[in-house]
Write a protein that binds this ligand. Structure first.
Ligand code: FEO
Ligand code: CA
Ligand code: CA
Ligand code: CA
Length: 688
């Protein structure tokens, strides 16, 4: 078969819109003696007194100043391990196939197990991850399993003809490899973290777990299927990329490239305007799931794709809770969901739509969160206003700074009317991309993660990973922002916020909401960094804070830690030649937000992406995910011959340790995505 498409493509809050847990983290960083009080299991419910706790605790600490970056940078490399700075340790925590749900079997390293095992073991391709504290030494990790690598996912022996999605059990196993894991983790007396096998918290959500459709689009005709005549219950969550965490202690997982799973063998299929706008096609991403499960056949079940492309809220503390797809946040290829509180405690969720020339969105709840009552967050994400960003040129102050507007996607306003194809608010949300087209949002260079700064209210960052379809020097696209399929059409010109015609390295934009209020409808912005390669010429070098020592491409996962450092993870080219010469494997860097200085912290193993990052409340333990180690691509260390097989996928399917044995090494049956725990050997805060 052809190669698969890999590209994807709180507190009382009197003065801050930070996450609650981040405020707690900051307070603990300032005053470790308050840790037990602040992080007790009841702390989320004790917020009414947390404001006074903050007021009572001034600064003062013998720790390095908050935000200090003090480690020795690591150099770029191509190799088979996770490289961290001197004085740091990286431990493997939770790998694809590790037992999750109580009673699950151990992983068979030849990948011979079926869906029955996979649905209770860790999913594949770990991505977004968040930490939910229980007490000082334990908590829950919720993490995404974005997709599966078919060439590594099945036991194959001596066959060119190795991929069989038409076998229903195979497609079901692939669905079982998707979704979310919740696992309990504990710190041992030696400081090392491990996950708790058989914990009653441990849970898998897969591509076929029942999920409530809630909010304004629930029950709309476009969400009804033969299997669900009410349009209120979807099966599963797919392509869960980045994530987010609410002040009330829930996890928000994001459905990104859901379109690629759908397809059809019906030669009469012609995609509708709506299907085109969301990149649905007969071939999909070559997974062929429609052959094994009619749910994914665009002709047999034309509304099923409308039940994906949403954010899903999960209560990790309650293993029996039913996840909810929050339709008020719109349907698009959500990258992550960064949730903060506005000045008056409305829930604000930022989310990029990661595809070339797509948009940046934010949702502002109608209701207000009461930090003294965790339950007040329960349905905040079902009612509110969805906005999309327009970045305008301007001369505020400083370098390359402009202004911007959040444009409301509200039925009946700004052309979002029946004559333009929007019968009601439900349709505005289901067709959010088209609604955003109509109101004049700014096409972005693939907006990936959004990260808010917990130490400065209203300051937010977005990673624009790369874009080869802006300007005129690029290749045709089948999913233009206007829904057209004509090669070369509707390709936007460069603009101030997306300043390079050929943006092979990506950039990070920062904005500050008016009045330092996340609910504001205007903002100012600047470009934090334009990634590039100092070995090249002109605009390819990137901005002045890119040096030979920190060169990287394709920023993707970003988060600001509790002390205000901006961490940047990459998902880009690792071929180490041409535009990417000297950049090595995918990596993680950290930026000083005040000086814009960037330092490399970690390099990942061959073929991987580094994605997803979270911290324990004290900032002394970092959890990251290494996704798809062994994705060969054009890596310089890749096998030199695929013989006797005709292509790379067949070769790897039959020789799954030929390129990577990470993380299991000599005993590996195949490479496995995994969660990695990073700690400083002296017990200090990560990054210092
Ligand atoms: Fe799944 Fe846009 O990264
Ligand atoms: Ca990503
Ligand atoms: Ca990416
Ligand atoms: Ca990825």
């Amino acid at each position: 078969m052809s190669d698969f498409i890999r590209d994807d493509d709180g507190a009382s809050n009197v003065s801050s819109n930070a996450h609650l847990h981040q405020l707690i983290e900051r307070e603990i960083a300032r005053n470790p003696a308050r840790r037990n009080f602040l992080k007790s299991g009841a702390s989320l419910g004790l917020i009414g007194i947390f404001g006074s706790a903050l007021a009572a605790c001034g600064g003062g600490s013998d720790a390095p100043a908050p935000g200090t970056i003090g480690f020795k940078a690591v150099t770029t490399s191509s190799g088979s391990s996770v490289v961290v700075p001197e004085g740091y340790t990286a431990d493997i925590l939770y790998r694809w196939g590790d037992p999750c749900v109580a009673g699950a079997p151990e992983f068979a390293t030849d990948a011979s197990q079926g869906w029955e095992a996979q649905e209770v073991q860790s999913g594949d391709n770990h991505d977004g991850i968040n930490f939910f504290p229980i007490n000082e030494t334990s908590g829950l990790l919720a993490m995404n399993h974005e997709y599966i690598n078919p060439e590594y996912f099945f036991a194959v022996t001596g066959s060119e003809d190795w991929y069989h999605p038409e076998v229903a059990a195979n497609t079901k196993k692939m669905l079982a490899g998707h979704g979310v894991s919740v696992i309990e983790v504990r710190k041992g007396s030696d400081g090392k973290w491990s996950y708790v096998k058989n914990s009653s918290y441990n849970r898998r959500i897969t591509g076929y777990t029942p999920i409530t459709l809630s909010g304004p689009a629930a029950g709309h005709d476009l969400l009804k299927t033969a299997a669900d005549s009410t349009g209120t219950e979807a099966l599963g969550t797919l392509n869960n990329c980045g994530a987010g965490q609410t002040p009330w202690g829930t996890y928000i997982t994001c459905e990104e490239n859901f379109n690629g799973y759908f397809g059809t063998d019906d030669s009469t299929f012609v995609p509708s305007t709506l299907q085109n706008r969301y990149g649905l096609s007969a071939a999909g991403f070559a997974y062929g799931w429609h052959k094994g499960d009619p749910r994914f056949d665009l002709v047999a079940n034309p509304n099923e794709p409308h039940r994906h492309g949403w954010t899903v809220e999960i209560d990790p503390y309650t293993p029996t809770s039913k996840p909810k797809k929050r339709t008020a946040l719109g349907r698009f290829k959500h990258e992550n969901a960064e949730c903060v509180l506005s000045k008056n405690n409305r829930a604000v969720v930022y989310s990029g739509d990661d595809e070339r020339n797509e948009y940046l969105y934010k949702f502002v709840s109608d209701g207000v969160y009461n930090p003294a009552n965790k339950a007040s967050g329960a349905n905040l994400l079902d009612s509110g206003t969805l906005y999309v960003a327009r970045f305008d040129a301007g001369t505020v102050t400083g370098d390359n700074q402009g202004t911007g507007v959040w444009l409301p996607l509200v039925w009946g306003q700004n052309g979002l009317t029946p004559e333009n194809g929007f019968a009601n608010q439900a349709e505005v949300l289901i067709k959010a991309r088209q609604a955003a087209d109509r109101v004049g949002a700014t096409m972005m260079d693939r907006p990936e993660w959004v990260a808010a700064n917990p130490t400065k209210a209203g300051e937010v960052f977005v990673a624009c990973t790369n874009n080869n379809r802006r300007g005129s020097n690029d290749t045709p696209s089948s999913n233009k922002a206007d829904g057209s399929t004509t090669a070369g059409s509707a390709r936007p010109a460069v603009d101030e916020a997306n300043p390079r015609a050929v943006n092979n390295w990506g950039h990070v934009i920062r904005w500050n909401e008016a009045g330092a209020d996340a609910a504001a409808t205007t903002f100012t912005w600047d470009i934090f960094v334009i990634a590039g390669n100092p070995a090249l010429e002109g605009a390819k070098k990137g901005s002045t804070n890119i040096t030979a020592a920190n060169t990287f491409n394709s920023p993707d996962g970003i988060q600001v830690d509790p002390e205000g450092r901006l961490w940047i993870q990459t998902d880009g080219s690792f071929n180490n030649t041409g535009d990417y010469v000297g950049q090595g494997n995918n990596q993680m860097l950290v930026a000083d937000i005040n000086t814009k200085a960037i330092t490399r912290f970690l390099v990942g193993p061959d073929g991987c992406e580094v994605t997803g990052v979270c911290w324990t409340p004290d900032g002394k333990t970092m959890f990251i995910n290494i996704q798809h180690p062994g994705e060969v691509g054009s890596h310089p260390n890749r096998p030199t011959s695929f013989a006797p097989y005709s292509g790379m996928d067949a070769f790897i399917a039959n020789n799954p340790t030929a390129f990577s044995k990470w993380p299991d090494g000599a005993s590996a049956g195949r490479p496995r995505s995994a969660t990695v725990v990073i700690r400083k050997n002296d017990g200090g805060v990560i990054g210092t």
